[in-house]
Write a protein that binds this ligand. Structure first.
Ligand code: AN7
Length: 356
């Protein structure tokens, strides 16, 4: 058993790094693929649902897969600073990998619209945080403009190395199962991840590592659903702040993934997203962030309706860790406040009997 040292080393022959490239890694990737046991029974259909729990990456989201590549290549090219716009997870990841590399990270975030844990992380990793009175899409525009005027490397998913890193999640799924799933469900915001998964699945199928490719199902929040509406959204709104994005950068790539795989996009009310997040926690012991639960909300709806038929093998990507957004969790559980009792044996006994 050799020590796992991150996804670049694991998939080195499929990534654009050389023998002498200095790898900037936090041992990201290698995340668990967990088969759901209780929720399929509750749905009442014969399906295998697996979740790829990307919340267990070093900074708690799938962004680390892309960031190890993007920062490795930025450093290789001599860059001293990276920059991104972010709804929170990209900023945390960029900040961590910049710290690891010993370079500077600048992050543009929409003021008041990123989850508390993501802000705390980004502060701890010591990035230069620039809050703007505008949303992610505005931040993205500004980042693209400023990169022409300052010595900074953009590490948003318009950076192709991000996509290369993130495609390894598809490799891991096929390597774990021995085949590609029939359906791959994931949340879609800026659309880098659906682009990356499709690239990974296609690459493995082309090289005959597996014989099949999944149908790609992209799910969005109803208030931020440009792919469902077929046009950009100027004022996106959703409780799932990670995917509060109206002008996705990987627009054409995501449509290609949908078309080539025979897949579809759909949208979900905030209540449905939060209900799926709670179900995963309550019935499977898996705590993901709200945006991530959109994948399960989608899978459940499409399994129930028969759009995803019985007998299917389904993978849902859980893109980020629930601990990142404690405020939403506390709001969801507002009616389940901890009981407070005397510190006595009797009182504890009574509390247990009451709770059984
Ligand atoms: C938890 O951090 O865009 O469709 O700036 O954090 O590849 O954008 C986050 C996106 C899904 C959507 N789930 O992925 C950012 C950012 C979580 C996310 C998405 C994001 P893409």
């Amino acid at each position: 058993m050799t020590h796992y040292t991150g996804l670049i080393n694991r998939y080195r022959n499929r990534l654009p790094v050389g023998a002498n490239t200095r790898i900037i890694s936090l041992n990201e990737g290698n995340t668990p693929l967990i088969q759901l046991q209780n929720i399929p029974r509750m749905i009442g259909k014969e399906v295998d649902i697996y979740v790829k729990f990307e919340g267990l990456n070093p900074t708690g989201s799938f962004k680390d897969r892309g960031m190890t590549m993007a920062v490795t290549k930025a450093v290789e090219a001599g860059s001293q600073a990276i920059i991104c716009a972010s709804t929170g997870n990209t900023s945390a990841s960029a900040a961590a990998y910049a710290a690891r590399a010993g370079i500077k990270a600048f992050v543009l975030i929409p003021e008041g619209k990123i989850a508390l844990g993501k802000l705390a992380q980004t502060l701890m990793y010591d990035a230069k945080i620039i809050q703007i009175s505008g949303n992610f899409d505005r931040g993205m525009t500004l980042v693209k403009e400023v990169a022409d005027h300052a010595p900074v490397t953009i590490v948003n998913s318009i950076n192709p190395f991000r996509i290369d890193g993130q495609k390894t999640a598809a490799f891991e799924i096929v390597d774990a199962l021995g085949f590609a799933p029939d359906y791959h469900c994931l949340p879609v915001g800026n659309a880098g991840n659906i682009t990356a998964y499709w690239k990974g699945y296609k690459e493995y199928a082309t090289d005959r590592v597996c014989g099949n490719r999944p149908v790609m199902c992209g799910y969005q929040a109803a208030g931020a659903a440009p792919f469902v509406l077929g046009e950009m959204v100027d004022n996106p709104e959703t409780v799932a702040t990670a995917i509060r994005i109206g002008h996705p950068q990987s627009w054409d790539f995501a449509w290609a993934a949908q078309r080539e795989s025979g897949g579809w996009f759909d949208k979900f009310a905030d209540e449905d997203i939060l209900a799926a997040q709670k179900m995963l926690s309550q019935y499977e012991g898996i705590f993901c962030e709200p945006a991530s639960a959109t994948s399960l909300a989608g899978a459940m709806r499409d399994i129930k309706s028969g759009k995803i038929p019985e007998g299917s093998k389904i993978v849902c990507t859980l893109t980020g860790n629930g601990i990142k957004d404690p405020e939403i969790a506390m709001m969801q559980c507002a009616d389940a406040k901890p009981v407070t009792i005397d510190a006595s044996l009797d009182a504890v006994k009574r509390a247990i009997l009451d709770g059984l």
